[in-house]
Design a protein around this ligand. Structure first.
Ligand code: ADP
Length: 401
């Protein structure tokens, strides 16, 4: 029987075990907490993000397979445990930085706060929230961009009454966002001229279109980039978090409690792509009469329930407001055309709250420094602390080309 492998050799083997959700190997992610070799029996201690991690058995099986294949190994024992909250946060940071390292550079400044607005299904008011929230944030004095990542289902140009077309700069060849009501806007609807061009775009993968909007649009210096995500979960969220690792998500939902199952899926997916969920926006929460009486037409408590189950704040409850729908149809967003309406007041509150939760990256503040640090980390070999500081062969020992 050959002699058992060294700890270093086992670590190398474990680099072939990937956490498919986080897109990195378990060593890099600092999940390997213990390695012992005794009489040919290798024990590997793994810290998983959550105890009931759906990928648990896959990671365990891969670990056993990889290590057992090594000469001199008779048996493999995998011990898993859940990370602490702090370790999990650290791990997410490592995953985000990894994603950043592997991402192609975008035209979005690393100090720009990216807020992806998502929902489990269509029709909950995700685009209405994106538009009015972006405008309300700009009313607070910030430089705001609005990216319509709902590539085929775009409704933003209509909601903003945007007639101009996106043009490319002759020199830089970058697309220039359209300026509407004080914000910079990009949408497929501002590019396609005819059905033929629309068809051409339809041939592109969703994530490829998003990539173009991030890499080939001269966004300039923005404090906030609001991204209207296509409804549902999936590749586009993964793609966004890979290309724009600073992106965070706001989940829009409606009051019925049974609507939360689909909403939670989108939040879950965001987290698995290392995209933190900032908070929940409940839309169509109630109807308010001119006398101030409130009717909860669609039920009660869905937004609160979702926020609690995600452990994030309920940012705002936006009332049903006919002025909002009318404004969207006519291209006059309610926060601009009817600032006195209840929906407009709710959006102003939401913008203030969001800016508190995700403060602008002012160069003079900690956030600014961290952002700079993160962008510096984008360069070659990065020395990252391992999650929890005690991981075996953690990220700090790994040098990327
Ligand atoms: P999504 O992007 O989730 O598909 P939209 O923003 O397009 O949803 O909204 C769907 C419809 O509901 C639109 O006609 C919109 O005007 C209307 N709507 C959204 N939110 C409200 C609200 N708070 N009050 C009244 N109508 C609303």
């Amino acid at each position: 029987m050959p002699s058992p492998p060294s700890e270093e050799a086992i670590i190398e083997a474990l680099r072939g075990v990937f956490d498919p959700e986080l897109g990195s190997d378990v060593v890099d992610l600092g999940m390997v907490r213990e390695i012992t070799v005794e009489d040919g029996v290798v024990t590997v201690g793994l810290a998983l993000t959550i105890a009931e991690c759906p990928m648990r058995s896959q990671i365990e099986n891969d670990t056993v397979r990889k290590v057992k294949a090594m000469p001199g190994v008779q048996d493999v024992i995998v011990r898993t445990r859940a990370m602490t909250k702090t370790q999990r946060t650290e791990l997410m940071n490592v995953a985000r930085r990894r994603a950043r390292d592997n991402a192609a550079p975008t035209q979005v400044n690393p100090t720009t706060r990216a807020i992806a607005v998502g929902s489990g299904k269509g029709g909950v008011g995700k685009s209405s929230v994106s538009v009015n929230l972006a405008l309300a944030i700009s009313h607070l004095g910030y430089r705001v961009g609005l990216l319509d990542a709902d590539i085929w289902g775009f409704s933003i140009p209509r909601m903003l009454g945007a007639g101009a077309r996106i043009e490319a700069d002759a020199e830089t060849r970058l697309m220039q966002p359209v300026h509407v009501l004080g914000i910079k806007v990009v949408s497929t609807g501002l590019i396609v001229e005819s059905e033929e061009t629309a068809l051409m775009w339809r041939g592109l993968m969703l994530s490829k279109a998003l990539e173009q909007f991030l890499q080939q649009v001269a966004w300039g210096d923005l404090d906030y980039l609001v991204i209207d995500m296509p409804p549902g979960t999936g590749d586009i969220q993964m793609a966004l978090s890979r290309m724009l690792p600073q992106a965070e998500m706001v989940v829009v939902t409606t009051p019925p409690k049974n609507a939360q199952k689909v909403a939670i899926r989108v939040a879950d997916m965001a987290r698995r792509s290392a995209m933190p969920v900032v908070g929940v926006v409940e839309n169509m929460s109630y109807f308010e009469t001119p006398e101030g009486r409130r009717y909860e037409v669609f039920g009660h408590g869905g937004g609160r329930e979702l926020a609690d189950s995600l452990g994030v704040p309920l940012i705002v409850r936006i009332p049903l407001d006919p002025a909002l729908g009318a404004g969207a149809d006519e291209g006059h967003p309610v926060v601009v055309a009817r600032p006195e309406r209840p929906a407009s007041a709710a959006f102003a509150d939401a913008a203030r709250r969001l800016v508190e939760l995700v403060p602008p990256a002012d160069a003079e503040t900690c956030t600014g420094r961290i952002a700079k640090l993160l962008s510096a980390l984008q360069g070659p070999p990065n020395d990252l602390p391992a999650p929890g500081g005690h991981a075996v062969g953690g990220a700090a020992t790994r040098h990327q080309p």
